[in-house]
Write a protein that binds this ligand. Structure first.
Ligand SMILES: [Fe+2]
Ligand SMILES: [Fe+2]
Length: 159
């Protein structure tokens, strides 16, 4: 399911996401399944698009570069969580993703904090504290529900 953006939105979104999405380190997310037939890469792209779209639609005033960066890297934990053997993956992966994003892309502490809080309220003590953080946590929940309900990977048919 593609989150539809206007032509102008598509151009602005693309400008921000392109360098990140093309980075070989981010391309590794294509190897891991998030849920159903959706890879972590596709899921991250969906969350980035949805967070960007919501920010524009609601005139929420989030910083778009920071929003897109955090949204695209929010699940940058780089393992297959189904076989990773961590039963508390849900609790642990926001910290791992934030650390990986800091290590590989030198993202700011603010961006790491957005990634860190995306599972709230599961991670009770990491409450979203910025516009960007609220948009990412919300977009993640919307996209996860949508992806699970419709289970459509790229190119997969839909009956
Ligand atoms: Fe996550
Ligand atoms: Fe996610």
């Amino acid at each position: 399911m593609t989150i539809s953006l206007s032509k102008d939105e598509e151009r602005d979104f693309d400008r921000e996401i392109r360098p990140l999405a093309a980075d070989p380190r981010c391309q590794r997310m294509k190897r891991f399944i998030q849920h159903g037939r959706i890879t972590t890469y596709e899921h991250s792209m969906n969350v980035a698009r949805e967070a960007f779209r919501l920010n524009r639609e609601w005139h929420a005033g989030a910083d778009e570069r920071r929003l897109i960066t955090a949204a695209f890297l929010h699940d940058y934990f780089l393992y297959d969580w189904h076989t990773h053997g961590d039963r508390l993956h849900g609790y642990h992966h926001p910290r791992i993703a934030a650390e990986n994003a800091g290590r590989d892309f030198r993202v700011s502490a603010r961006t790491q904090k957005i990634i860190r809080s995306h599972m709230w309220p599961l991670t009770l003590f990491h409450v979203p504290t910025s516009r960007e953080a609220w948009l990412v946590t919300l977009a993640d929940k919307i996209c996860s529900a949508r992806e699970t309900l419709f289970e459509r990977g790229s190119g997969a048919g839909h009956r």
